[in-house]
Design a protein around this ligand. Structure first.
Ligand SMILES: Cc1ncc(COP(=O)(O)O)c(C=O)c1O
Length: 379
């Protein structure tokens, strides 16, 4: 039944092999910089590539500072700690996300509250956020208190799903009104902008992932971006085992983390970053091809909002219902075209079964219907 869709994807990626959902492209200076890095012997957490990468990613995103980390999850963990998220605090996020978002909240001893997403963006809905807080929270001593638990709602972590920016300016306004720190999970959205501003730069801090499936990758890697110099300095300190700077003395002034990105990974990323504009252009062409193709079918292709620029990291389609979704998933995967549904929603995982939820109508609607289709750069 979905032969035309599968054939169309094969016409883009070739007919012979298994077509992955998203594979990396190493077609620039990756090997050269890796060799330079190995020759320098600075393969670990100090070296010129880490510094260069931080400078370049800050410049690209327009953030004043960037701190490179071992992965996106560790970046989120540190960002939440720096937002003073602590044991028994509560953190608002969306149930439609990768588990790392919620894991990082749990590492701090805090509990997630799941709020609905928008149908169009698949990211946190400002309307639902506002409605939840209006009904369930009040402000006392400049803190947002949850009526039901008496606990502090310390932070909010919206996620830009599959690279589509959520309505982040409205979310920011609500967070400010309620004294909630805004940390953006921009793990998937390097190269995505909302109203001409890069995703991840609206909140106090944002994080990006460079995992193997992301638009640029070093196998593993992440970063925190922020305009706040104090937070950036603290982030660097905490991610480098809180070592007190000194020529030869080795001392630490806090329980720190070994979360710094190794120079080897940074060497790869500097090379990947040089190709980002080309990757983005290529992905936009691919998204346009998909858009034209699905116009002629009863499958909806998810496009960016008028005031957004998506990186189209993972192209997304919406099927009529769950049955149609499962038919496509079965047919395409059995024919070697990798397509996948949304993650099992966070509120449905046993590890978060006791979490509080708002109304999740849109999230559940999307869960039944959304499929990600092959999205690798085609060059
Ligand atoms: C939404 C989201 N948040 C966080 C992460 C964690 O990033 P990492 O895998 O680099 O730890 C990822 C992806 O991997 C992600 O997709």
């Amino acid at each position: 039944m979905y032969e035309p869709t599968i054939d169309f994807i094969r016409s883009i990626y070739g007919s012979e092999r298994v077509i992955p959902l998203h594979e990396p492209r190493f077609i620039g200076n990756e090997k050269k910089y890796l060799n330079d890095c190995i020759d320098s012997t600075f393969v670990s957490s100090t070296g010129k590539f880490v510094d260069e990468f931080e400078e370049k990613i800050a410049k690209y995103t327009g953030a004043k500072y960037a701190v490179a980390t071992s992965n996106g999850t560790s970046a989120l963990h540190i960002a939440l700690l720096l937002a003073n998220v602590a044991k028994n605090d509560e953190v608002i996020t969306q149930p439609l996300t990768f588990v790392a978002t919620c894991n990082a909240i749990s590492y701090c001893g805090a509990n997630p509250i799941f709020i609905d997403v928008d149908k169009e963006t698949m990211g946190l809905s400002p309307l639902s956020l506002q409605a939840y807080l209006k009904k369930n929270a009040f402000i006392k001593n400049q803190q947002c208190i949850n009526n039901n638990t008496g606990r502090v709602i310390k932070a909010c972590v919206p996620m830009h799903s599959f690279g589509q920016p959520c309505r982040i300016d409205e979310i920011k306004e609500i967070c400010e009104k309620y004294h909630i720190s805004l940390i953006e999970d921009a793990a998937e959205s390097l190269g995505s902008f909302y109203k001409n501003k890069h995703t991840g730069t609206f909140g106090q801090m944002g994080i990006i992932s460079f995992n193997g499936n992301k638009i640029i990758t070093a196998g593993g890697g992440g970063c925190i971006i922020t305009d706040d110099e104090t937070l950036a300095k603290k982030a660097k300190h905490l991610t480098t085992t809180a070592k007190v700077p000194h020529k030869w003395k080795i001392a630490h002034d806090a329980i720190g983390f070994n979360y710094r990105m190794p120079n080897l990974n940074a060497a790869l990323l500097v090379a990947q970053l040089e190709q980002l504009d080309g990757f983005l252009e290529n992905k936009r062409l691919l998204a346009n091809k998909y858009k034209e193709f699905f116009k002629k079918s009863d499958i909806m292709f998810v496009t960016e909002l008028e005031n957004s620029k998506s990186n189209y990291w993972l192209n997304t389609i919406i099927l009529k219902d769950r049955q149609q979704r499962d038919l496509l998933l079965d047919e395409a995967n059995s024919k070697g075209v990798m397509v996948r549904p949304i993650w099992v929603l966070m509120n449905k995982l046993s590890i978060f079964k006791n979490a509080q939820n708002g109304d999740l109508t849109n999230t559940e609607w999307l869960e039944q219907r959304v499929v990600n289709i092959p999205s690798s750069v085609t060059i």
